[in-house]
Ligand binder design. Structure first.
Ligand SMILES: Cc1cc2nc3c(=O)[nH]c(=O)nc-3n(C[C@H](O)[C@H](O)[C@H](O)COP(=O)(O)OP(=O)(O)OC[C@H]3O[C@@H](n4cnc5c(N)ncnc54)[C@H](O)[C@@H]3O)c2cc1C
Length: 396
């Protein structure tokens, strides 16, 4: 039986997320852009609402939220913050702390998750390196096993949240080689807490004005053996569960952001007059609007379907990993591509004002662009879809 409705509890969570986001996030976006940081009041509000670490199990102080419910909050945050700064904080922190909740040792979970659930520390992902991004098997960062743990030698770049993690505390799910020359089969995941052993540098980016982005290097940070996430040399097998959760959240965030742009575009169209009538009366614009509405409805449907499949697979093993990967890749691909086009159309409907720094569509266009690369590029989404459609033998 098909049932497309959310539960009563999920509807309530969405309602309170919408109220919070519209009251406490949306009015502060201009301040965030000018100061280039997320205001402290938003951090404390997100923590108060339980949105930081909302997937952390109740045992460690979190909500233990599933992927669909996390998606509902993500969509509302995406609607409220067109720059994608707060969405990226939300999605990275939740998706990667989920992976620690699932595969971390008891010691790691006890020492890290309560802080994540309170919002007093944050979880990042450190996979990309200066020379390798999509090609995880070729990375150079490595860790040497010692008697009590690991000595980490890592050079990670293009990492989100570096300043936030440095200032607020927390660490990274870090991808390292533990068996050199074994490709993806020699890859492990370690929780690397921020410390003075990490040399941080910052990068300026195109959008996400409130967020932080940069790199870190370490030549010998020591982490205890309890910081291993999953099995030694088994990192590649589980890392996709973190990426997929993050990609599903990106799909609904992009959907929320684009829908908010369409709504602002509609308000403008209904009041702006050209050649004696409101521009909403021109079929040339109506056709663009109709396409954007149809595409974003479809993208959100696909986003929630893929998050639901993720939950079913994670909880009940109902779908295969590959079915989930494919559906999530479709959701991320269409939501970010169509979302970018819809925001671009909404900017166009607003004429010269749309192009100005005053207009949220100018912020949103730069914000959504980040999602075509982060957590797996648009081409990697296509590779996954092609591989699962044609068969692996056609993509080697
Ligand atoms: C805003 C932003 C935030 C990010 N945050 C993080 C973070 O928090 N942590 C982290 O680890 N990384 C982060 N990244 C890095 C991101 O994950 C990488 O940019 C992404 O994985 C692509 O890697 P790359 O940039 O090295 O490009 P490459 O892998 O070098 O690829 C270059 C281009 O070639 C394409 N390409 C590569 N292989 C193929 C192929 N087989 N077929 C067709 N096309 C291909 C890619 O899609 C891309 O367009 C972030 C990136 C951005 C833009």
């Amino acid at each position: 039986m098909l049932d497309f409705s959310f539960s009563e509890e999920q509807n309530l969570i969405r309602q309170s997320a919408r109220e919070f986001c519209q009251k406490e996030i949306a009015p502060k976006i201009k301040e965030m852009i000018s100061k280039r940081r997320i205001p402290d009041s938003i951090f404390s509000g997100l923590a108060r609402m339980g949105y930081l670490g909302m997937t952390v199990p109740e045992k460690y102080g979190g909500m233990g939220a599933d992927a669909v419910t996390t998606g509902l909050v993500a969509e509302e945050i995406g609607r409220a913050d067109p720059t994608a700064s707060i969405p990226v904080l939300f999605l990275v922190d939740n998706a990667w702390s989920y992976l620690v909740s699932k595969y971390g040792t008891d010691h790691l979970k006890e020492s890290v998750l309560p802080g994540i659930a309170k919002g007093s520390s944050l979880m990042g992902i450190a996979s990309t390196e200066p020379d390798f991004g999509s090609d995880i098997g070729s990375m150079k960062s490595h860790a040497r096993e010692t008697k009590s743990g690991f000595e980490v030698h890592a050079d990670k770049s293009f990492i989100s949240l570096v300043r936030d993690i440095k200032e607020r505390g927390g660490g990274y799910v870090t991808v390292v080689k533990t068996k050199p020359d074994a490709g993806t089969s020699g890859t492990s995941l370690l929780y690397l807490p921020h410390s003075e052993k990490l040399e941080i540098s910052y990068l300026e980016e195109m959008g996400r004005e409130g967020s932080s982005w940069g790199a870190f290097k370490t030549d010998g940070a020591i982490v205890p053996k309890e910081n291993l996430i999953g099995k030694l040399n088994g990192g590649f097998k589980i890392i996709h569960e973190g990426f997929e959760f993050a990609r599903g959240l990106i799909a609904v965030i992009a959907g929320g952001s684009a829908q908010a742009s369409i709504e602002r575009g509609i308000s403008y169209m209904k009041t702006r007059k050209a050649f004696g009538k409101e521009i909403a009366r021109y079929q040339g614009l109506q056709f663009d609007l109709a396409s954007d509405v149809a595409r974003m409805e479809t993208a959100l449907l696909m986003g929630y379907k893929s998050l639901w499949m993720y939950d079913q697979e994670q909880k009940f093993g109902k779908f295969s990993r590959f079915e989930v990967s494919k559906n999530i890749a479709i959701a991320k691909l269409v939501a970010t591509t169509w979302g970018f086009d819809a925001i671009n159309d909404a900017l166009q409907w607003q004429g010269a004002y749309g192009y100005s720094k005053e207009c949220p569509e100018e912020w949103a266009l730069r914000g959504i662009r980040s999602f075509m690369l982060a957590e797996g590029s648009r081409e990697i989404m296509k590779l996954i879809i092609a591989r699962e459609t044609l068969g692996k033998e056609y993509t080697r």
